[in-house]
Ligand binder design. Sequence first.
Ligand code: ZN
Length: 160
Amino acid sequence: MSITQDQVVSIHYTLKDDAGEILDSSPEGKPLAYLHGHGNLIPGLERELTGKRAGDKLQVTVSPADGYGEYDQALVQRVPRRTLKGLANLTVGMRLQAQTGHAARAVTVTQIAGDLVTLDGNHPLAGKNLHFQVEVAEVRAATDAELSHGHVHGPGGHHH
Ligand code: ZN
């Protein structure tokens, strides 16, 4: 069975940056399961997986535009520390939910200088070329419930 729209696909993967540093990987023996064609993977990776089969191995390089987007300087803001009241142990690298208008956005603390805290609203992988090594572990048809929810149930998916 080859990978097409609406199939449940399990993949082992390792993700590296341009320097060869490992950024992420599926846990040993626990492939990631996703529903193909529903935007659950970044577009550049999903596209390359189309038509592959269980046992296939592939190397995929994804540019920021097909991954987590270009880095947007406008999403970086400096705020006085006192506006983050209630956060006693603020550290660089900490992820926060920032309230912007009525939407909450995930931001990362990237710098603390005196009273000024820099918050970066970019995805941590924005602006990076992503180098994936992928092995397709399994391909199966999705159940009706999975299709109506738009994600995978069972091992490797939601609702464990
Ligand atoms: Zn569900």
